[in-house]
Design a protein around this ligand. Structure first.
Ligand code: NAD
Length: 281
C-alpha cells in the first residue's frame, strides 16, 4: 500500500508498547486509526495523546480473545470511518510459563489472545478490506520466538502459529489485493512482562499465572533485555515501511539471526540423518 494517507487502520493492543508505536507511526503518515485494547484507561490516554496531534483517531475497547468483542470492534470501526484498509493484529501476552507451571487456563488465555484473535481478525476484517476494492494490508505481530524456538514454549507455540498463518495466507490474499506481513520483533522496550495485568477474570486464579510469568530464570533475563530493548516507536516506523512495501517479514534487528540459522541447521541435520535411505511406501 504505497499511499497510506487517508486510509484507515485497525490496530489491536494499541494502548501500549508496539501497538501504540504502530498507531502513532500510521497516524503521523495521515492514516485514520481505530485503536483497540482491553485496557480502557490506557486506551483513552493513547487516543487523547494522538488526537492532540490532530490525527484522526478513535478508540474501541475489546478483549480480542473473544470473537464477539472483536466483531463489535470491527463494526465500530466501519461506523466511525466507513472503510478499513489495514489490520494490525498486535495484541499479545507473555505466555503461561514453562513446563511444570502450565494450567489449562494459562494455555487457553495465551492461545486466545496471541493466536485465535489473529485468526478471527483475519476472518472478520479480510472481507471488510476486500469489499471496497482499494486493497489493503494485514500485519500480525508474532515474535522472533516464532522463527527460532527457545524456552517459554506456550508463548512460542502461538507465535509459530502466527508465522504459519501469515505465510500460508500471503499467496491467497495477494490475489485479492491484500498484502500479508508478519512482524517478528526481538526485544522491544514495552510492558509485555507485566501481561498478567490483563488476565480476564473468566480464566480464574491469577496467582499461578503471575508466578509462571515472572519467576523463571528465562523471565528474569527477558525482563532485563526488554527493559533495555528497542524503542517501540522505531518498530512502529518499521511497520509503516513494511506496509508501504508489502514486506513478508518485518524484523526489528539482527540479534537473533544466528539463532534462526542454528534452527535451520538443526533441521538440515535431521535431513542428513536420513538422506541416503529409501522410504518404504
Ligand atoms: N516486547 C517485546 O520484546 C516483544 C517481542 C516480540 C513480540 N512481541 C509481541 O508484541 C505484541 C505487543 O506486545 P508489547 O510488547 O507491545 O506489550 P504491551 O504489554 O506493552 O502491549 C500489549 C497491549 O495488548 C493489550 N492486550 C492484552 N491482552 C489483550 C486482549 N485480550 N484484548 C485486547 N488487548 C489486549 C494490552 O492491554 C497492551 O496495551 C505482542 O503480541 C507480543 O507478543 C513483543
Amino acid at each position: 500500500m504505497k499511499d497510506l494517507a487517508g486510509k484507515t487502520a485497525f490496530v489491536t493492543g494499541a494502548a501500549s508498547g508496539i501497538g501504540l508505536g504502530v498507531a502513532t507511526a500510521l497516524a503521523q503518515a495521515g492514516v485514520k486509526v481505530m485503536l483497540c485494547d482491553i485496557e480502557e484507561d490506557a486506551l483513552d490516554r493513547a487516543v487523547a495523546q494522538l488526537a492532540a496531534t490532530n490525527a484522526d483517531v478513535a478508540g474501541t475497547v475489546a478483549d480480542v480473545s473473544l470473537k464477539a468483542e472483536l466483531q463489535a470492534a470491527a463494526e465500530a470501526t466501519i461506523a466511525r470511518f466507513g472503510k478499513v484498509h489495514v489490520l494490525v493484529n498486535n495484541a499479545g501476552v507473555g505466555g503461561g510459563g514453562d513446563y511444570g507451571s502450565w494450567t489449562d487456563a494459562s494455555w487457553q488465555w495465551t492461545i486466545g489472545v496471541n493466536l485465535m484473535s489473529v485468526v478471527w481478525g483475519i476472518e472478520i476484517f479480510g472481507p471488510l478490506i476486500e469489499r471496497h476494492g482499494e486493497g489493503g494490508q494485514i500485519v500480525s505481530t508474532a515474535s522472533i520466538a516464532g522463527l527460532s524456538g527457545g524456552v517459554n514454549p506456550s508463548y512460542n507455540v502461538t507465535k509459530y502459529g502466527v508465522v504459519a498463518l501469515s505465510e500460508g495466507l500471503r499467496p491467497t490474499l495477494a490475489e485479492r489485493g491484500i498484502g500479508v506481513s508478519v512482524l517478528c520483533p526481538g526485544f522491544i522496550r514495552t510492558d509485555i512482562m507485566n501481561s498478567a495485568r490483563h488476565l480476564p477474570a473468566r480464566f480464574g486464579e491469577t496467582e499461578e499465572m503471575n508466578e509462571g510469568d515472572t519467576a523463571s530464570e528465562f523471565a528474569r533475563v527477558a525482563r532485563e533485555a526488554i527493559l533495555h530493548g528497542i524503542d517501540p516507536r522505531y518498530v512502529g516506523e518499521l511497520v509503516r515501511e513494511g506496509i508501504e512495501n508489502d514486506w513478508p517479514y518485518i524484523l526489528t534487528d539482527t540479534e537473533f539471526e544466528p539463532a534462526v540459522d542454528e534452527r535451520f541447521a538443526n533441521i538440515k541435520a535431521g535431513f542428513d540423518l536420513i538422506r541416503d535411505r529409501v522410504p518404504a511406501r
